[in-house]
Design a protein around this ligand. Structure first.
Ligand SMILES: Nc1ncnc2c1ncn2[C@@H]1O[C@H](COP(=O)(O)OP(=O)(O)OP(=O)(O)O)[C@@H](O)[C@H]1O
Length: 671
């Protein structure tokens, strides 16, 4: 009989042979792909068609190379053994060998990999055993098994600490990492949900909403080819957060994801941050109505219109103008492109008026000829037309004297007509429209809250954005105002989205208190809501200190249960003048006692300069409470909580966010 350690070492050796074979195949595939790429790039191509085809092929191969390269880290991390003896290894991508029935490695997103995440002892899904492999570089360091079918452990089973425990015990690095090895069943269910529409994930801090959102993006790219072809967009609240999550998708082999903040999406760089009041006001849905109304008011207001044609004036009644306006609006085009439709209808009406007047002239001339004979009728008709500005030569048939098509063509290019159209249906710019709405002087700086207004105006004026996406992921989605939601939805015509957030963590511009309030105006009830309940970041001890706060800021919300436990939070009191020094002292002590931990100081924006001057960045990241959403550190020092609460209308929620950033230790320094 072997000891546990000997058994574990033997099993690691068994797995090493498999893992070596997989890396061997990965190397082969990578070499093939690189050779193919080099061949394609070298191949001569004649003509634009061939160049295009070559570029497409090169792009596809370059992606394949990148995907294979990204799989080097953590290529394989799991294995499932069926009750009847089948074995599947699970990893970052699929590897198949010709002539072999079972794949050497199954992509974690494939249906065959589902039991690895979803099987439990209650529902083993045909599995006897789930195995996690800890691989460093290309070397198997350890294996750990869970037996799922109730059978007793045998010689080849290594039952020990779960890999989740190991993953959670790891030090924070300041960058989020993929957790594809340890995705939990309630998370996995959302990640691989077949729902193509809007999936919403709510849950307290640290329940893995970001984890789910990013792994969902990777799953969508794998499982929904149409959405993948349209591109995937991931939206986060600020650049600091985007930097924090930036490595997750590349490490899953997905490099073709666009990451952005809402503001960056608008293409306008704001020069200032709006006040809370302005942010709320400008974020409200009423602004969309106001902008639409403003544009409408600039589209041929009621009344008639006169245009000079040659030496004549042609007058149109308000009914003709209204008909042209209705036709332009019915085109469904935005204001500027619809202007052309308006102009065409107006020119038709002017042409009709000219035709009527030409016919009347001819009748009058006929009458005059009848009165005094001997005059040349054709010459008379032609001179009548010339008087109206037309060059048409004489015609034998008076009914054909007026060439409507030529008159219309002339009018379309006529500067007077253009001027008249401009006064009725002026060409607009988004900037000018928003400035008019806000009563801004030209050149006044834009704020972040103006960006969604400009985006809305751009759609009204020029039409939908050129760049749209097949799937959009929104993290910290509770931060979006109604106008921002419109901006996001505009870029996802297929309405295939993953939205994650927590209204207990909402900032000052948010007016909605829950998902139906936030999404109802845009999507009705067309979204599937999931709730995560288990915390993986913040210890139960730290969470316990937030219960009263949570009851105030989100009265209906059930506190989450954390699987982490640790020290009780500590607190220090300082004098008003010694606050920064006390923080520095605390950090120095923590850094000495827990070397290698990632520390952060979170404070009100107004304290940043003082703390920075006190040198806290020697030991810790200095993070304003307004930018702490979504981030995570081993240990947190929260400075002057009262100041964080007082700084913004969402102060208590900001404090809740700050307190829930730590995985291990929380210290509060107050005065
Ligand atoms: N299945 C898992 N395996 C390993 N680690 C996990 C798992 N789920 C979540 N975590 C870890 O828990 C921490 C919190 O996850 P995440 O940031 O996704 O939570 P969140 O719900 O988005 O938090 P917040 O509301 O604060 O933004 C991260 O370190 C993440 O890696």
């Amino acid at each position: 009989m072997t000891t546990h350690d000997e058994g574990a070492a033997a099993q690691a050796e068994v797995e090493q042979a498999h893992v070596a074979a997989m890396y061997g195949l990965l190397d082969e595939r990578l070499a093939e792909a690189r050779t193919q790429l080099a061949d394609v790039l070298r191949s001569p191509s004649a003509g634009p068609g061939e160049v295009f085809a070559r570029d497409v092929a090169a792009d596809r191969l370059a992606r394949r190379v990148r995907r294979l390269e990204a799989a080097e880290q953590g290529l394989v991390f799991g294995r499932i053994d069926g009750a009847e003896g089948t074995v599947l290894h699970i990893g970052r991508l699929g590897l198949h060998v010709d002539g072999r029935d079972l794949p050497l490695l199954v992509d974690w997103r494939a249906e065959a990999a589902r039991p690895f995440y979803a099987a439990t002892a209650v529902q083993p899904m045909g599995l006897r055993r789930r195995r996690h492999l800890r691989v460093e570089g290309r070397t198997v360091r350890a294996v750990s098994d869970e037996l799922l079918d109730g059978s007793a452990a045998e010689a080849g089973d290594v039952v020990g600490d779960g890999p989740l425990v190991e993953a959670l015990a790891a030090r924070r690095t300041g960058r989020m990492r993929a957790v594809v090895e340890t995705l939990q069943a309630e998370q996995d269910e959302i990640v691989r949900s077949p729902h193509r529409g809007v999936t919403v994930v709510q849950g307290g801090p640290g329940t893995g909403k970001t984890v789910v959102a990013l792994h969902r993006a990777a799953y969508v790219l794998y499982a929904f080819p149409d959405a993948a072809a349209g591109g995937v967009l991931v939206l986060g609240p600020n650049p600091r957060f985007l930097d924090y999550i930036s490595q997750v998708l590349p490490s899953l082999g997905e490099n073709d994801v666009v990451m952005s903040t809402c503001v960056q999406l608008g293409g306008v760089v704001p020069a200032a941050v709006a006040s809370f009041d302005a942010a709320r006001r400008k974020g409200s849905l009423a602004q969309a109505g106001a902008l639409a109304e403003l544009v409408g008011s600039m589209q041929a207001p009621d009344g008639g219109f006169a245009v000079r044609v040659g030496r004549e004036w042609v007058r149109l009644g308000s009914a003709d103008v209204a008909e042209s306006r209705a036709a332009a609006r019915a085109s469904g085009l935005a204001h500027n492109p619809a202007r052309e439709v308006f102009k065409e209808h107006l020119v038709d009406a002017v042409t009709d008026a000219l035709e009527r007047s030409a016919a009347e002239d001819l009748e009058r001339i006929d009458a005059e000829i009848a009165a005094s004979t001997g005059l040349d009728l054709d010459a008379l008709a032609a001179s009548g037309l010339r008087a109206l500005g037309f060059d048409d030569g004489p015609s034998a048939d008076p009914a054909e004297v007026f060439d409507a098509a030529a008159a219309r063509a002339n009018l379309m290019g006529d500067a007077y007509v253009d001027r008249a159209v401009e006064s009725l249906w002026p060409r607009l710019t988004a900037e000018a429209l928003v400035r008019t709405l806000l009563g801004h002087a030209p050149g006044a700086p834009w704020t972040d809250a103006d960006v969604p207004l400009l985006d809305e105006a751009a759609e009204l004026v020029d039409g939908p954005p050129e760049r749209t996406f097949g799937h959009v992921v929104v993290d910290e989605a509770q931060e979006l105002t109604a106008m921002r939601w419109r901006m996001v939805l505009r870029r996802c015509p297929a309405r295939s989205m993953t939205l994650v957030g927590d209204f207990a963590q909402a900032g000052p511009a948010t007016t909605a208190g829950d998902w139906p309030q936030a999404l109802g105006p845009h999507l009705g009830d067309r979204f599937a809501l999931h709730t995560l309940t288990v915390g993986y970041r913040t210890t139960q001890e730290i969470l316990a200190t937030t219960h009263d706060l949570l009851a105030r800021i989100a009265p209906g919300q059930t506190p989450i249960r954390s699987i982490r436990h640790g020290e009780a939070p500590s607190s220090r009191t300082a004098g008003r003048d010694t606050l920064a020094a006390t923080v520095a002292d605390e950090l120095a002590a923590q850094a000495a006692a827990h070397p290698g931990e990632l520390l952060a100081v979170i404070c009100a924006d107004g304290r940043l300069d003082e703390l920075s001057a006190a040198g806290v960045t020697r030991w810790a990241r200095l993070v304003p409470a307004t930018e702490a959403r979504g981030l995570e550190f081993d240990s947190i020092v929260v400075v002057a909580p009262d100041e964080i609460v007082a700084a913004r209308p969402s102060g208590e929620r900001d404090l809740y966010v700050a307190i829930t950033r730590a995985t291990t230790r929380l210290c509060t320094v107050a005065y």
